[in-house]
Design a protein around this ligand. Structure first.
Ligand SMILES: Cc1ncc(COP(=O)(O)O)c(C=O)c1O
Length: 340
């Protein structure tokens, strides 16, 4: 058949004279990526004194709540022409944000350098080393006993020395707040006719800022409960060595100023671990360390909420990621024995 050689389908141009389709623009590629981010489910949990629901953010494509700001920050930056095909994205992350950026930058054809620390789970580290050509791991603790300040110094150095560097800045980028306002909170508003209490873990503050602003517009009486780990400085606790990544911080994150918070609960890491096990063994949810931290806060509130009268309040908490990366830490009794 004329014009048909190996690898050439009938009806297509002969090899060598094929016209290459122009690559879609960065904005178009990001629009395509956005289509993979579908609403995450919420599930009911049997609990005394309340109608409790967990929003399962680990159902996101790369596996955590951080898929939303990673996508939204890249999309906004592309729309404003702050990033282009030659950009190298740089970010400090304890795991989830870097994993989302690693997958998404690969998909849209940008380079990405994650800056991580020894608290990262081995699963996330393996994932990043398989998806990024360069991974930078800091080893020195900062003056609060954490690694965040050291990581941020490294980000600054890399941005200063890498051509076309772009720092997504998950700690201070208002686009992260907008991501949760538009996407995560938009879904909750579509799913719930009323809400009384929402419990949210805090690290960069992006989730609680976006959710609290939108949810208070929709449900004016809703109470937003921020949940942090003891030893994190976000809400003024004395800094102490922490071991569970994803929740807590060595700095007060700038995004927190956008949040509307009614109460704060600080949870010791041992209690978070016990709550993680309870989520799995009693409720069948295999969720990560921050989800256990937040569930522990819900449990502390349970009796308080029970005294509120005959009406059972509707309560929602956020499960930010899945338990798999925590199998050799939070779910390992030998590891948890070292916790205070
Ligand atoms: C597992 C997990 N939970 C909770 C959070 C807190 O979210 P935010 O940084 O928006 O405060 C993070 C952030 O990295 C996380 O990775």
């Amino acid at each position: 058949m004329p014009g048909t050689g190996p690898g050439v389908l009938p009806g297509t141009a002969p090899a060598g004279r094929r016209t290459r389709r122009p690559r879609p623009s960065l904005v178009t590629r990001l629009e395509q990526l956005g289509k993979t981010l579908r609403p995450t489910p919420h599930v009911p949990l049997a609990m005394e004194h309340m109608n409790l629901f967990a929003k399962l953010e680990y159902v996101n494509p790369v596996g955590s709540i951080k898929d939303r700001p990673a996508y939204w920050i890249l999309k906004r930056a592309a729309e404003r022409r702050e990033i282009c095909d030659e950009t190298t994205v740089i970010e400090s992350s304890s795991g989830n944000f870097a994993s989302a950026l690693a997958a998404f930058t690969r998909l849209i054809g940008l380079r990405f350098i994650p800056v991580i620390d020894p608290n990262i789970s081995s699963t996330y580290e393996s994932f990043l080393r398989r998806t990024c050509s360069t991974v930078v791991k800091v080893e020195d603790r900062d003056d609060t006993g954490g690694f965040l300040k050291t990581r941020l110094q490294m980000v600054k150095y890399l941005c200063d020395t890498t051509p076309n560097a772009y720092w997504t800045n998950q700690y201070g980028n208002p686009d992260a707040v907008e991501a949760h306002y538009e996407l995560t909170a938009g879904e909750i508003c579509a799913d719930f006719a009323s809400l009384d209490h929402v419990f949210i873990g805090v690290s960069t503050g992006g989730t609680i800022a976006g959710l609290s602003r939108r949810l208070k517009e929709r449900y004016p009486k809703v109470r937003i409960i921020a949940v942090d780990t003891q030893g994190s400085v976000i809400f003024g606790d004395t800094p102490r060595k922490r071991h569970i990544p994803g929740v807590g911080s060595s700095i007060v994150p700038p995004l927190l100023s956008h949040a509307r918070i009614d109460d704060v609960v600080l949870i010791p890491e041992r209690e978070a671990v016990a709550a993680c096990r309870e989520l799995l063994l009693t409720h069948g949810l295999f969720a990560g360390g921050s989800s256990g931290t937040v569930f522990a806060a819900v449990k502390r509130y349970a009796t308080k909420l029970g005294r509120g009268g005959p009406k059972r309040p509707t309560v929602l908490f956020v499960c930010a990621d899945r338990g798999t990366p925590y199998l050799d830490t939070v779910f390992d009794p030998t590891w948890t024995a070292q916790l205070e």
